[in-house]
Structure formats: structure tokens, C-alpha cells
Design a protein around this ligand. Sequence first.
Ligand SMILES: [Zn+2]
Length: 206
Amino acid sequence: MSKDGQEKVLLVDGTALTLLVERKKRVKNVNARLEGSVLRVSAPPGMRDEDLAPVVEGLARRLLRRAHARKVNGEGEALALARRVAGRFPEPPSVGRVLFSTAQRSRWGSYSPRTDTVRLNAALRGMPRWVLEAVVAHELAHAVHPDHSPSFWRLLRGACPETDRAIAFLDGVSWLARHHAELPPVEREGLGMRESAVPGDGTDPL
Ligand SMILES: [Zn+2]
């Protein structure tokens, strides 16, 4: 955090942020704004780096917590969601627990009727709620039809009308995970996502 406009990586509670510090003449307080994974900080010109660092870390932690609070974070919340989704099926499958997994690189989710467990890719936590619901619905529909037959899609679309939109969304995410590095820098910043947060292969994401 030394010179103006210099980029630095800041690690806060396991999340890597790109830190951009700007010294501004008329700035009296330290201000921080989180845009995706970029933390923009403006600071008074006279403030020393060693005084600024702990302030920035505190602000970053608060902003990250606020951002996380908007997402489906806890597995308890995800369980309630999964049970609501299950209730939309003609014969609701039983869901005993929902687990988020970071090891699940190439699949968005799975469901085991034997253990009543829905497993979800942890990357889904950062996505819109309706996408997460669609993945849960897809996996639950497999409890009735293990294949992708027309009856499977009929059942699934009945329980989750957002299915096709969610597939398009996840296809976009998988595409981005593969092509992220080729996008111009300005677009990458605007997209504000971490490459490691999404699975890489995505040939059959569901
Ligand atoms: Zn499937």
C-alpha cells in the first residue's frame, strides 16, 4: 500500500481482494468501496501506510460480511430452501440435509435419496437464489427419473419453471470460467468474479 494507484492483493478472512489505494488531497477520512473483488480506497495524503493498513483491513472485513449476508450462506438456510423446492414436486422427495462442497469442481449438485442429502457446489452460494433453486430442483427430479428423458424435463419444468433460464445462466458461468483470461481487463473488472470460485469444466454442469 505505498504509492498512488498501485495494485496490491489483500487477504481478508480467506478472500483475496485487489486493493487500489488513492491518495486524495481533500479526503479527511479513509473510505472504501467493494466492487466484486476489487477494494477501492481513498485516503488522506498525509496518512502513513502503517496507520492506513489496519483501517483498510477493518473496512474490508465489514464490506465483505455485508456482501456475504445477501447470499445463501448457511447450510440451514439452504436446507429450508431445498425443502421448499421439494414441496413443489407431486411426490415431494425427502431432504434431510444440504451440504456445500468446494471439492465439487465439475458438478453443480447431486442428491442421494438413500441419505436424503443434497450436495451443492459452493460456488452457487454467490449466485442468485433462483439459480440455486433450479439446481436443487434438477437434482431432486433425478430421484424420480435418473436420465434426461422427456418425462424428466416435464417433471422438472413443472416443479421449477425457471429451469431453462438457470441452465443458460450456468452455461454462461461455465463459459466465463474457461474464457475469463481472454476477456479484456476492463470487462474482467466489471464482472468482478474470482476465477477459482467457479468450476472449470462444465460440459454437463447438472
Ligand atoms: Zn441432470
